[in-house]
Ligand binder design. Sequence first.
Ligand code: PEP
Length: 258
Amino acid sequence: MQKDRNLTIAGNWKMNNTVAAALALVNDLTVALAHVTAVDIVVCPPFTALSDVAQALRGSNIHLGAQDMSAHNAGAYTGDIAAEMLQELAVRYVILGHSERRQYHQELDACVARKAQAAHAASLQPIICVGETLSQREAGHMEQVLATQVRESLTGLTTNQMVETMIAYEPVWAIGTGKTASPEQAQEAHAFIRGVLVTLFDEATARRVRIQYGGSVRPSNARELMSQPDVDGALVGGASLDAQSFTEIVNNAIETNT
Ligand code: PEP
């Protein structure tokens, strides 16, 4: 099924890969994925490898993303990285509000919204992560949780900024656990999120926003997930650390969109 929206496959390397390991991985990926035009490909290395990976990606069809950034532009924020510093390294995308940031760094939706605004001010495209925990799902609160996260993480974005923003639906119970949402569960959540976007913006805008699925995406389940009408690609953690797995996921995405 051909979708209006470009599929995007993004690899979130998390706190993995020294510079040497990052370069080895990215060199394999630039060769293996050189043929790809139909899918947008993004890799998100740790901050320490961004500069070297940026150079290795020059002239390739793979875009660079970061895993987080500060909401502030500069100043006394020890350990933080500003949007301008990412932009200087040819970073185009930035993951915001990942559940690991929410869980281990107590990041709330309001903070994600401030970061999203700072990202757009520096011409970076945010990938905003939302998703419910298992207990929230089991208590029947999935929709309420997603609606709140989407609404509050997008506060202040204009329509133009919204179409340059991706959302990643990442059920927390599926991240790094080997448990994947079924294609039906993913579609249900993605359609719900798109409905929230209609209420926040309008139908035409909501139709243009890419919503990725994330949570134990593997070559074995990527095709079915991405065949769903509202699933516009994947945010891939563990499987993005292996060139062959990531390449297979990208190839599966191409097949679902022809
Ligand atoms: C992620 O952390 O964004 C993710 C989806 O991880 P994994 O694919 O390993 O579940």
